[in-house]
Structures are given as structure tokens and as C-alpha cells.
Design a protein around this ligand. Structure first.
Ligand code: SF4
Length: 351
């Protein structure tokens, strides 16, 4: 039995980080083999940064017509996947802005060409807001859209675009983007079609603890009904170069660790909690390295610099064993570090 909403609120207000972490560790011990944490090497690819939504927390998007905007060619995407494969990667997280000119045929062609060229690569693509945009632009229902994307080769759907699933907050930070109910509906439809998805939460964007709890409660209810989430990934809002960043205090590392642990306790019906160092930073990731355990087949193939970050959170599991999902951002950073790429070469951004 997971936490009640009141218990979760009490934990968020508590200073007992170690106690919360120990309780989370107990849950983890019961759910999975505590000696094993798994991860996957994958790469984030942002196929376009053009977007119509103007989210105030986003430093990634460019308005239509901007000289800094781009739409990657298929060839460029192939090249990025080739680089990922050279490092032993097995999947991509493909996301972008909401582009009003790209109809479903574009996405079907892209997925088909990727599956044909890279049949071994897991395609974890297009968050709920992107799928909503594709459906709208193409005059299709969400169900038809997801079914067609699946038929074209989509393997799973990332949980991006959730931010805080409470419309009081969404109205402030992503007014034009899908509502909490629409995000939920898209994941429910995907699950009903047999498509697995992940769930995320971006916190530290001016919300109160009660909003985070509402978010977790919504995810737990969906999972109770569908069982379709494979993992939950919380991360902190990165304030640099954003309008919102000038208005809200930055979340702390303690807040990150506490939120990660409370997530494990609350979402007792979601198998896996993923950790990340993309926004918390390497200092917060350091304790993760305490329990560095990797599956043998990955350990052999992983690049030495990437292996340094093949880590598990202090007291929480990281990922699925034997499943093809990458760690959001986390694995992207591994790849980028291994490629010695500049930070701007593959900027994190998504709907
Ligand atoms: S977060 Fe996504 S939807 Fe919002 S502006 Fe950025 S790219 Fe667009």
C-alpha cells in the first residue's frame, strides 16, 4: 500500500532526507533485486526546435521563421544514430517542438526509414503534446494517430510534456500546451493499444508540494487502471535562459533526492524510478555511483567514459532489467560525454 496524499505532503515538508531514503530503499528491496541496477545507453535526438507553444520554462524552442530554428534531415538523424551505435547504444529518444506543418506522413516516413535502416534500435519517440499536435494537424483522432505511428515502427512513448499535472500550474507555465486530462488521455489510449509509455514530472517551476502530490496521485491512478507505465522519471526545472527562471527559486539537490525517494514510496505500482544527472548535476549524481552495477552485456560494451556514469541512485533502483528504455537526459549525457560533444550540439528540448 503506497502513501496517502497527506503522508506524501508530510514527507515533502519533512527534513528527514535519510529517513525518507531508507524507507524508499525498503520499497525498492521488495520490488526488485537490490543487488542489480540497470541502465541503457541511448541518445536524445531533437528533430526540430520549431514550436508554437511558447512554454515559459523552455529554453529550447524557436518560433516559426526564426533563423535559429531547424528541422533535421533524415540523413542527419541517421548519422546521429550511427554515432550512438558505435558507442554500444541501443535506442533513441526522439522528440521535438510542436511543428504545425508536419503531418502524420512525415512521422510515418521517418519511423519506417529508421526501422528499415536500424531494425535493432528501440524507437522511444514523440511525447503526448507532440502526438496531440500530429493528430490535430492531420485531422485524426489520438487513437488513430498512435495506431498509425505504432504500425510505422514506434516502440514506446516518452512521458515528456507532463511537467506538473495540475492545471493551476500548467496555466502559468505552459498555457498553450495540452491540459492534464489531455496528457492523461493520450497515455491511456496508448496503453489501451498495447503501447508502453513512461511518466515524468518536472518540478521546481513554482508549484507547491500539493501540486506534486496531485501529479503523483494522477499517475498512480492511471497505472492502477492500465499498468502501462514502465518507469517514472522526475527532474528539476533548469532555469537558465528561460522567462520562468527569473521568477522562481531554483530547486535544490536535497529537494531532488527527496522527491526521487517520495516518488518511489508513492508510486508503488510503477516498477521503476529513473534517476538523472542532467539537471541535478554531477555533484548530485556522485552518490549514485556508490552502487555501480551494470548488466554484463552492457558492461562489456559501454564506453569507458560512459561507464563512469553507469550509476544507480543512492538507495533507489534506476531502470528496467531487460527493457529497452533509456534514461532521459542521463543517458544522453553519457553519450555526449563519450562523444566529447559541446553542450549545444544536441540541446535538450522537447514538447
Ligand atoms: S517545452 Fe515543448 S511544447 Fe513547450 S515550448 Fe518547449 S518545445 Fe514547445
Amino acid at each position: 500500500m503506497g502513501l496517502t496524499q497527506q503522508e506524501a505532503l508530510d514527507l515533502f515538508r519533512s527534513d528527514d532526507l535519510i529517513g525518507i531514503g531508507m524507507a524508499a530503499m525498503e520499497v525498492r528491496r521488495k520490488k526488485t533485486d537490490p543487488r542489480v541496477a540497470t541502465y541503457q545507453i541511448d541518445r536524445n535526438i531533437n528533430y526540430t526546435n520549431f514550436c508554437t507553444e511558447y512554454c515559459s520554462f523552455c529554453a529550447f524552442y524557436r518560433p516559426l521563421g526564426s533563423k535559429e530554428g531547424y528541422l533535421l534531415s533524415f540523413e542527419t538523424i541517421y548519422k546521429k544514430i550511427d554515432e550512438m551505435l558505435e558507442l554500444g547504444g541501443t535506442g533513441i529518444l526522439l522528440q521535438g517542438g510542436l511543428h504545425p506543418d508536419l503531418r502524420i506522413e512525415y512521422y510515418e516516413n521517418l519511423l519506417r526509414s529508421l526501422k528499415q535502416r536500424f531494425p535493432q534500435v528501440h524507437l522511444h519517440c514523440f511525447s503526448a503534446p507532440e502526438i496531440g499536435c500530429i493528430a490535430e494537424v492531420s485531422g485524426l483522432s489520438v487513437r488513430e494517430t498512435i495506431a498509425r505511428l505504432m504500425a510505422a515502427g514506434l516502440d514506446s512513448i516518452p512521458g515528456g510534456g507532463a511537467e506538473i499535472l495540475d492545471d493551476e500550474i500548467r496555466a502559468r507555465i505552459s498555457r498553450l500546451k495540452c491540459t492534464s486530462d489531455e496528457w492523461e488521455d493520450m497515455h491511456r489510449v496508448a496503453h489501451s493499444l498495447g503501447m508502453r509509455t513512461t511518466a515524468t514530472m518536472m518540478f521546481g517551476c513554482g508549484e507547491e508540494y500539493r501540486h506534486r502530490v496531485n501529479h503523483l496521485e494522477r499517475l498512480r491512478r492511471i497505472q492502477e487502471d492500465t499498468g502501462g507505465f514502465t518507469a517514472f522519471i522526475p527532474w528539476m526545472f533548469a532555469p537558465e535562459n528561460t522567462p520562468l527562471g527569473k521568477k522562481v527559486p531554483e530547486a535544490t539537490a536535497v529537494d531532488y533526492l527527496k522527491t526521487l525517494a517520495i516518488s518511489r514510496l508513492y508510486l508503488d505500482n510503477i516498477d521503476h524510478i529513473q534517476s538523472s544527472w542532467l539537471t541535478p548535476g554531477i555533484k548530485v549524481a556522485q552518490p549514485h555511483e556508490r552502487r555501480r552495477v551494470a548488466p554484463h552485456h552492457f558492461r562489456r560494451r559501454i564506453h569507458p567514459r560512459s561507464a563512469r556514469y553507469a550509476v544507480s541512485f543512492l538507495f533507489l533502483e534506476v531502470n528496467h532489467s531487460g527493457i529497452k528504455f533509456g534514461l532521459y537526459g542521463y543517458s544522453f549525457c553519457q553519450t555526449r560525454a563519450a562523444l566529447a560533444m559541446p553542450a549545444s550540439s544536441d540541446a535538450k528540448g522537447s514538447a
